[in-house]
Design a protein around this ligand. Sequence first.
Ligand SMILES: O=C(O)CCC(=O)C(=O)O
Length: 231
Amino acid sequence: MDIPHHVFMGQILQDDPLYTSYASHPRLVGMVEEVIGGDARIVEMNAHINSRDPKYDPNAETKYGFHNGIDVPYGSHTKNGLFHCSFVKTLTNLTDLGPDDGGTVVVAGSHKIDVPLNGMIDAGYADPKLIHQVIAPAGSTLLFAETLIHATGQLRSENERAIIICGYGASMYPHWGKDELTPVFTAKIPPHLEILFNVKSHWTRGPKYRTLTDPVDPRQFTLADGWHPGK
Ligand SMILES: O=C(O)CCC(=O)C(=O)O
């Protein structure tokens, strides 16, 4: 999609070192691998800039482009009583999002419920309490399992909304799009990030699981202290 009120930039991973470092940020990748339950591989990276649809009618019924990226029975599993999903996204808001600023909407609980997609979406419209919307400051990240039914929210204000998204799959997943990594980019991938950025030769997926009784890592995570998308 690339229309005046919705500019889409696809497969931007290699376009700027800032995007590359966002996609490989240890805090994000750590949480992603926790949800995947194993090694992660970057499968797509995009940005969106939205503004209000010129045809926006405040009196019309609100409809969203609800979808998911993988279905519940194929894309999710539980281990040690914890939920995992083999396709995960981080969606970082680069602008402040109030209630009218088009924050992502999701159908609560849909990431775990194996019913036909349209039935779940209809249930959301029938009971709007099930539709949750992101309202958050610039710099905040929504991390979600792609079994979750989600959509871009409705932008009713004068504000522009900018987001950056990285999709991660279990390490045997291919890239979502057709973009290949360039030889120049590939040559710079450090060995410890080879699986994250690049394909690997076998189906093994590097399982990583914990239980809720595992001790919490007491180390302070300071790498992102003071970080802000404007800096
Ligand atoms: O614009 C959004 O908030 C959602 C983006 C989205 O639907 C997707 O990345 O699949």
